[in-house]
Design a protein around this ligand. Sequence first.
Ligand SMILES: Cc1cc2nc3c(=O)[nH]c(=O)nc-3n(C[C@H](O)[C@H](O)[C@H](O)COP(=O)(O)OP(=O)(O)OC[C@H]3O[C@@H](n4cnc5c(N)ncnc54)[C@H](O)[C@@H]3O)c2cc1C
Length: 467
Amino acid sequence: MSLTSDLERLLGPGRVRHHPLDVAVFAKDAGVVPGSVLAAVLPETTQEVAAIVRLANRHEVPIVPRGAGTGLAGGAVPTEPGLLVVLTRFTSIEDVDTVGRTAWVGPGVINLDLSRALTGEGLHFAPDPSSQSACTIGGNVGTNAGGPHCLADGTTVAHIYAAELVTPSGDVVVVGGEAPDTPGLDLRAVVVGSEGTLGIVTRVLVRLMQSPPDVATLLIGFPSVESAAATVSDVIASGLIPAALEMMDKRMVAAVENFVHAGYPTDAAAVLLAEVTGPTSTVLADTERIADIAREHGADDVRIATDDDERALLWKGRKSAFGAVAQAAPDYYLHDTVVPRTRLVEVMNQIYEIGDRYGLMMLNVFHAGDGNLHPLVAFDAKEPGMLERVQAAAKEMVKASIEVGGSLSGEHGIGFEKRDLMPLVFSAVDLDAQARVKEAFDPLGLMNPDKVLPSGSRCFDAAGVRL
Ligand SMILES: Cc1cc2nc3c(=O)[nH]c(=O)nc-3n(C[C@H](O)[C@H](O)[C@H](O)COP(=O)(O)OP(=O)(O)OC[C@H]3O[C@@H](n4cnc5c(N)ncnc54)[C@H](O)[C@@H]3O)c2cc1C
């Protein structure tokens, strides 16, 4: 009997998609490279996920966990005909503990829905990717997602206490626990950010944060990218950690303003969107401090949102930035590298130069506070040779970031997209250690294969001899 017949017997035909037209919708994530989907299944319980994994193992078919498919690194796309396990029906929010500030949630809960569900309790889930109205908590766990407000609060790994995991052999385990420091190896931190390569997360114990008593949002226009970047460095150097510190260049501001009409200053060379939170007295002092530092660096346009509606509008501008690019071209390629804050300007200039050399339209919007760069190339994939040019330029941009002491990815993950660039930041010994962890979880190598680790990563035998 075929895998799809076995799956239909387990789940019923309505939750197994294998017609080419049905699976076409799952053949890509928000990245640029399509994959090959044998079938997509929509389980509703952990036991179903475990049974699916055991069936796929019996048929020796690769398994790929998938949330909303907003990932940008090809993580949720099979590289060879594989089975997609789509977790979007796991939407429960249970055991909300308003005293301990935790809740058990399904991986299919949409990030923003979780915070919306908790508004009445004065709580929220801190990681807020710009895709938060679509991406899932499971995908956030898979990629260790970041977001504008992760500067002060930390990325997803700091907000997950435990995860229920269906292992690649189909067993159900819980990594982490309700106690702040569970004994034994911290497998929770190994699973968070493992991009679906170590198992399928079916329930998550999330940490909830108290919503701050007061908040101020500043939109600051600068005469140059240099002055905006210097302000970012000086704000952090002053000991202040704003809740968010986001930067956009002139081209991105123009696209956003034309799209959202939020009143962004289109004559500025760069714009900072900063947010401070806390008790009112702290918020007032911090707002003034940031405005002063910005003015010292030549900022001529400092606007402070006067109410929640204005604040929401300013954030709508930032969070719609990638959608706004659709005005310029039908496709975009969004990069994700990290550079030391002090090298931001230097790397941005190199990135503009690389873009110009390849004849590409570049726009920039990024989490400046933590040096997480997101250069974006707007292009038309139908133009012959264009995708290849975009990808070649991408490699150069990654190298430019790494050369100044930066890293391969700040939040989008490695997936398939950057898998072969891993040796730029990891030695053979490092890669081998990671491959051993993967092998310990997944001896058959069927759980999201070809992702994160380049082929040949496992290169030493048990005695430490190079294979
Ligand atoms: C417009 C736009 C803006 C974005 N902004 C940000 C941003 O600010 N910050 C950021 O970090 N990312 C951002 N992203 C990228 C993306 O939204 C995040 O990586 C998000 O966490 C992916 O969630 P998802 O549900 O779409 O996961 P998917 O794309 O479906 O999957 C992502 C990875 O997680 C794995 N996975 C999914 N669910 C599970 C599960 N239950 N168990 C195990 N593994 C699983 C998949 O196998 C895959 O490797 C953005 C994307 C877009 C399109």
